[in-house]
Design a protein around this ligand. Structure first.
Ligand SMILES: [Zn+2]
Length: 65
């Protein structure tokens, strides 16, 4: 019954973002903010000194059995 659209706050800039199917970057307000947030995740929260950022066990590491 309500015509009010659901809105969320952009995690990057706190801007009010309409939660719509058209907004492919939700909950971010834009692609830029989405990339910013991902960048922070990749560089800060996921960084472990001395450990590769993307440890891969798909190739190069043969299981020793
Ligand atoms: Zn934003």
């Amino acid at each position: 019954m309500s015509q009010a659209k659901k809105t969320v706050s952009c995690p990057s800039c706190q801007k009010t973002v309409a939660w719509t199917e058209e907004n492919e970057y939700r909950p971010f307000c834009s692609k830029r903010c989405k990339l910013i947030d991902f960048g922070e995740w990749a560089t800060e929260k996921h960084s472990i000194p001395g450990v590769p950022v993307f440890p891969s066990d798909d190739e190069g590491l043969e299981p020793v059995q």
